[in-house]
Write a protein that binds this ligand. Sequence first.
Ligand SMILES: Nc1ncnc2c1ncn2[C@@H]1O[C@H](COP(=O)(O)OP(=O)(O)OP(=O)(O)O)[C@@H](O)[C@H]1O
Length: 271
Amino acid sequence: MTRLEADGLSYGYSEAVVEDVSFAAAPGEVLALIGPSGTGKTTLLRTLALFDRPDAGTVRIDGRDPWTTSDDERIALRRRLGMVFQDRSLFTGSVAFNAAYGLRVRRSRLQRGRERLFSSVRWALETLPGVPAGSVLGDRAVPDAALEALDAVGMLWAGDRPARSLSAGEAQRVAFARALATDPAVLLLDEPTSNLDPRNTALIEAAIERASARGITVVLATHDMQQARRVADSVAVLLDGQCIEHGPRDRVFEDPEDERAAKFVAGELVY
Ligand SMILES: Nc1ncnc2c1ncn2[C@@H]1O[C@H](COP(=O)(O)OP(=O)(O)OP(=O)(O)O)[C@@H](O)[C@H]1O
């Protein structure tokens, strides 16, 4: 159960892209970041995910600023966050391999060393004549958490399929499962349903709702205002890198304070 805060966050490349953005998301809250294309949603998510250190301001995870802690503590905080990128970026290998990826990289060095030893012993023994594959130490099991995450997005049936053979919608669901499998306290989702049909969109939205019901804090960048209306508890409107409106979903949509936010939610602010 984790509270995520942005306090005066700024980040830029050659010039500022995100400027002085502040908001907080409580445990289990779904916060939608909406705004026109190129307005800084991905950049903001990357700073929240601790990929980029803010130029100014603070990210707080349960009140702790990961950039003023030790490297080890920052890594521990980073592990509480799961991010799903817009481009999905699945790895070569099976769907199950992909779903279990985050779990594998989180294992301790000792565990990984032990597994390497087991698999070389198994390999050596199973090359002996008459020893069937999988009979020495058993098949390499897919962790339950990865299977449960695939199930949560309706992709359990595809565990053995090569990830490269998936449709865009299926791949997006597997990318979501990969983040979910690590049981993150916070999920950062960048356009998780862009280019998906209504059925795949509904599956992802249902998975977001279940994650939130389990207490996972969700920050969702989306172009889709209807999606924000369906799944968000609160909404932040980003325009030219600034948060021009932030509050409970119904208030932001029905009674926004900022004139530009009012135009954006009414579909009148065209970029
Ligand atoms: N690595 C980078 N180097 C330089 N400029 C960048 C980089 N990444 C993003 N930008 C610029 O920062 C601005 C904000 O981009 P960002 O991807 O954060 O916006 P966005 O709101 O997520 O857009 P979209 O909705 O189209 O995905 C854009 O002008 C973009 O060109």
